[in-house]
Design a protein around this ligand. Structure first.
Ligand code: NCD
Length: 530
């Protein structure tokens, strides 16, 4: 079997499947043992030892552990390490990330390790630089590792965090009960846990943070969708006031650099709720382990230093594990290991086969011509879009009909919008436009994206000549009037990178940005809606 890891990128933790991650953790355990015991033969089986192999570190945000552990991991492999000095690079002359990284791709570097405050950057670069490599006949497509993108994800931290948890439960994947304490709003390491913890068969997560620092609802939704039991507490004090306390606590620091003025003013009060205190010691089980991605703040650490020399300290080993995990990750992406992986192959979703604009017989259903909805009847020639936003309030329906009309470019003709109420008491919207309308495939796609579950009637000589029913499209892209609402996203126009917005349908019919992962309703993905 071909090595399925070779050349892969890691933008979000889900880029590697659950089985692939479990395989990864077993390999890390093997490598760590070999390094600790000095087993050279095993170490050699992991070592890339290819003189052409190199990593390129590009850190547009500060870093110590991630950057240095990758650098040292590369040294284990005898690989070259390059670094872009961001403070003095052409990015500061207004060059796009795509141009910068395309150029670096030509220097025979295989893997880029990128940290940035721009969310979804490595996902975009892996697409862009892949195409660049192809059109310039480079010998390979570069791989990208996301070393932290804004508030979004930090997948390699997730790998080392989970490896450390697993060490403490004897590599048992059956269950985890974990408390997440700290800045759950801004911290990307805890956001990666929403999908990361799926490697465990059953997951219970206790979120401990005051409202201002609580995990965003969208991430809590992901955890619940993944089947986790989630409980919420506003402080450590409150958490310890109940009986079911986790044996694993994952702390994070308040991410001051990402906070707005309003929250910064309250920082002392917020910090107090998420900082461990001596008086709590006799209220936790002596087997409890504390973890932290680090760094800790030297004056206000959420895990105070008096705990360093106690058995609660799991964070030092966690930081040390970082290099082992990154050695194995490089080894996998370089294709040095991975051939003995026996899990299921990842199947890329094939969206092309899914039809979401269905042509139906004009007389379809129980509606004879005489029974057409209000609004259809007056039209002899033209289009009628029916069943818009069925079930919403009349005012929501009207607002959305204005957006549909504007995005479809049918604002200028005669006709109107109508809200009607069915026998079931549900409201729905109808747009009718008398006149000549020639809607092509792209317009129909746009309509499906704007109004899933509507019908489009093309009326000629007083008869419905053609009728289409729309369903929620599996992906929406290629329309210049789309826009992710997250200003930190690489595809947001404010970032000026010219990245076209792209969305994938979620299991519940919402749209997830392909870059930053932000979930939107079908109404929220249009520029004109903002
Ligand atoms: C974390 C990060 O950058 O997200 N640090 C790390 O990589 N170990 C956590 C943090 O900065 O608080």
């Amino acid at each position: 079997m071909a090595n399925i890891f070779k050349g892969r990128s890691l933008n979000v933790i889900e880029d590697f499947s659950i089985e692939e991650r479990r395989y990864f953790f077993r390999k890390v355990a093997e490598l760590k043992k070999a390094i600790v015991t000095g087993d050279e033969a095993t170490m050699d089986r992991f070592r890339i030892a290819d003189p052409d192999f190199g990593i390129y570190e590009v850190f547009l945000e500060d870093s110590t552990r991630t950057k240095e552990s990758f650098r040292n991991a590369a040294k284990f492999h005898h690989a070259k390490v390059s670094e872009l000095l961001c403070s003095s690079s052409s990015i500061n002359k207004g060059e796009s990330y795509a141009d910068t990284f395309n150029m670096l791709s030509g220097y025979s570097n295989t893997i880029f390790i990128v940290r940035s405050k721009v969310e979804g950057l490595t996902k975009w670069l892996s697409e862009e630089c892949g195409e660049y490599a192809e059109r310039n006949a480079l010998p390979y497509r570069p791989s990208f590792i996301n070393a932290g993108d804004g508030k979004h994800e930090h997948p390699t931290q997730e790998l080392l965090d989970e490896f450390t948890f697993l060490e403490d439960v004897d590599m048992d994947f059956s269950h985890i009960h974990l408390a997440l304490v700290g800045d759950l709003y801004h911290g990307r390491t805890v956001h990666s846990k929403c999908d990361g913890l799926k490697i465990f068969d059953s997951v219970k997560v206790d979120l401990i943070a005051p409202a201002e620092l609580m995990m965003p609802e969208s991430y809590i939704e992901i955890m619940k969708d993944n089947g986790y039991e989630v409980r919420i507490f506003s402080s450590i004090e409150e958490y310890l006031g109940q009986k079911d306390v986790a044996l694993m606590w994952y702390f994070t620091r308040p991410q001051l650099e990402r906070m707005g003025e309003r929250i910064l003013q309250k920082q002392d009060m917020l910090r107090e709720a998420i900082t461990f205190r001596k008086e709590f010691l006799d209220r936790i089980d002596p087997r409890t382990k504390f973890y932290h991605p680090l760094p800790r703040h030297k004056e206000h650490p959420t895990i105070p230093t008096f705990l360093d020399k106690t058995s609660f300290n799991g964070w030092e080993r966690q930081a040390i594990n970082g290099m082992y995990c990154r050695i194995v990750l490089l080894s996998l992406i370089a294709g040095r290991i991975g051939e003995d992986y026996e899990g299921p192959e990842r199947v890329e979703k094939d969206f092309r086969s899914e039809e979401y604009i269905i042509e139906v017989a004009p007389g379809d259903g129980n509606k004879k011509e005489k029974n057409y909805s209000e609004g259809v009847r007056p039209i002899r020639d033209g289009i009628v879009i029916d069943h818009i936003c069925k079930g919403d309030t009349p005012s929501e329906i009207r607002t959305h009909m204005r957006l549909i009309s504007s995005v479809l470019g049918i604002d200028d003709g005669k006709g109107g919008e109508w809200v009607s109420c069915g026998a079931d008491g549900k409201f729905k919207g109808i747009i009718f436009r008398p006149g000549e309308y020639d809607l092509g495939r792209k317009d129909l796609k746009r309509l499906a994206a704007l109004a899933p579950s509507c019908t489009l009637n093309i009326v000629r000589d007083g008869k419905v000549e053609k009728k289409f029913r729309t369903h929620t499209p599996p992906r929406i892209y290629n329309f210049s009037d789309l826009c992710c609402s997250n200003e930190a996203c690489i595809s947001h126009p404010l970032n000026g990178e010219g990245v076209p917005a792209k969305f994938y349908r979620t299991h519940d019919g919402q749209f997830k940005c392909a870059y930053c992962g932000k979930v939107h309703s079908f109404k929220e993905i249009w520029k004109k809606n903002r």
